[in-house]
Write a protein that binds this ligand. Structure first.
Ligand SMILES: Cc1cc2nc3c(=O)[nH]c(=O)nc-3n(C[C@H](O)[C@H](O)[C@H](O)COP(=O)(O)O)c2cc1C
Length: 127
């Protein structure tokens, strides 16, 4: 993922979970996935892939507003003023329900009904 620099790559390798925020009719909508899930699917060029078991509200939100933001963090990575760094990853999201990518996700996560995909536009550290 070219948008992700070395620091955020370190955070990516250490984060326990990923917070996922979309915009819904009632305001921000927050869901999550596990760090080891996304690491299993791997970082791709400017694309993050997450196993979609549910994410039904998230899917609906993305149909109305494709903007999506992820937050990852770890105390194991040094921040500017001490231990701990977090990275905000923002871009355009879509829920993909079929095709080769979904087949690949289902190989590792048979319970997935699809793939939540983020096309990364920007990455920035928070600490
Ligand atoms: C740490 C954590 C990991 C989660 N991992 C997943 C996941 O990989 N896939 C998934 O569909 N839901 C996962 N969930 C549940 C979602 O956050 C969410 O509650 C559920 O998918 C319903 O989404 P919706 O509100 O968009 O319909 C996770 C929740 C937490 C707190």
């Amino acid at each position: 993922m070219s948008e992700i620099d070395d620091i955020c790559r370190e955070v990516w390798n250490a984060t326990e979970f990923v917070a996922i925020v979309t915009n819904g009719p009632d305001g921000p909508h927050v869901v999550g996935t596990w760090g080891d899930y996304v690491r299993k699917l791997g970082l791709r060029d400017d694309m993050v892939v997450m196993p979609g078991g549910k994410y039904r509200q998230t899917e609906e939100n993305l149909r109305g507003d494709a903007r999506i933001t992820l937050l990852i963090a770890s105390r194991q990575v040094a921040g500017t003023n001490g231990p701990g760094q977090g990275c905000e990853i923002s871009g355009r999201g879509e829920f993909v329900s079929e095709g080769p990518l979904v087949d690949e996700v289902k190989e590792s996560f048979p319970w997935a009904r699809g793939a939540l995909v983020v096309h990364v536009g920007a990455v920035r550290t928070q600490l």
